[in-house]
Design a protein around this ligand. Structure first.
Ligand code: PLP
Length: 333
């Protein structure tokens, strides 16, 4: 079953060898507070400690290292809601290549300035991921840059899959792995690795209630567009692409379930991980903890929750912790 998919366990193992030494092997720790709450052991994969603050460095590094010398010379380009742009800027610079990053005006300022600081050429275009993508297409067409998409590419998915390898190597008896889900690059890669090694381990996607394109697409049986809405989990925004080639099929085949979280639940996840684990985690990275706190994860353990990123605006983080952050489309906490 797994071998018919666009990314195999062998691709992921090759990616792990390629990016070794260039990305951080992040720690996994057991959470006493969440274990008590869930009644089964809960482990947290601290991927928000990854260089550049998210797992996106794995896929970006694998993609840049897979370029031909001629492609590397022309430079890479991507549309990004932030973390992919950061990662690609870093990965390109590490290999002596130029990265051009296109993003919409919805992206928080802290992420924009960070990408500029990493040496990328940032272009702000439009109010949606799709409009930013149109600028990418133009740069590919007219200036010959090489696109490295945030999720829908075999090299990117294989890179993200190395996170799944680390998890299942550390904890082969994991009963379920909770994966933040947007375009599905992380979920597809992690599920491909985990299920190839441990077919009985469940891989569950987690995303926000409103504007979840992969969930809507899985329900519809084909990629569909959804309206983009602001969320505490801003890294989970954006579409999956109506011409999705890799991640939709893999998520449909490999994910056991997709669970939706409200803004209030995501805020509670961010607060809990800060108060009980002393970790600063962005909204997208806190959805696994949010689901556990909300009682939305059932079944046996051990459970692994991936904390996928740390790149939250610090003012917003403070307001979430204080309970003063207005929550989009909901009453205050
Ligand atoms: C990109 C991102 C996700 C979602 O990853 P996909 O591959 O798009 O599903 C989750 N968390 C963080 C922090 C991210 O940056």
């Amino acid at each position: 079953m797994v071998s018919t998919l666009p990314v195999s366990l062998e691709d992921i193992r090759a990616a792990a060898r390629r990016i070794a030494g260039r990305v951080t092997t992040t720690p996994m720790v057991q959470s006493a507070s969440l274990g008590e709450l869930a009644g089964v052991p809960v482990h947290l994969k601290l991927e928000h400690h990854q260089t550049t603050g998210s797992f996106k460095l794995r896929g970006a590094t694998n993609a840049v290292l897979s370029l031909s010398p001629a492609q590397r010379l022309r430079g890479v380009v991507a549309a990004s809601t932030g973390n992919h742009g950061r990662a690609l800027a870093y990965a390109a610079k590490a290999e002596g290549a130029v990265a051009t990053i296109c993003m919409s005006r919805l992206v928080p300022e802290n992420k924009v300035s960070e990408i500029r600081r990493l040496g990328a050429d940032v272009r702000i275009v439009g109010v949606s991921q799709d409009e930013a993508q149109q600028e990418v297409d133009r740069l590919v067409r007219e200036e010959g840059l090489v696109m490295v998409p945030p999720f829908d590419h075999p090299d990117v998915v294989a890179g993200q899959g190395t996170l799944g390898l680390e998890i299942i190597d550390d904890l082969p008896e994991a009963a379920s792995v909770l994966v933040p889900l947007s375009g599905g690059g992380l979920a597809a890669g992690v599920a491909a690795a985990v299920k190839a090694i441990s077919p009985t381990t469940k891989v569950i996607g987690l995303t926000m209630e409103k504007g979840a394109a992969m969930k809507a697409s899985l329900d519809a049986g084909q990629p569909v567009q959804v309206e983009e809405v602001a969320s505490l989990a801003d890294s989970l925004g954006g579409g999956i692409g109506l011409d999705n080639r890799v991640t939709f099929a893999m998520c449909r085949e490999l994910l056991d379930d997709v669970i939706l979280l409200t803004e209030t639940e995501i805020a509670a996840g961010m607060r809990h991980v800060y108060a009980c684990e002393r970790q600063v985690v962005e909204g997208a990275g806190a959805v696994g903890i949010a689901a556990l706190l909300a009682g939305k994860i059932r079944g046996s353990g051990p459970i692994v929750a991936i904390l996928s990123g740390a790149n939250v605006d610090m003012g917003q983080h403070l307001r979430v912790i204080n309970g003063t952050q207005p929550l989009y489309g909901e009453e205050g906490p």
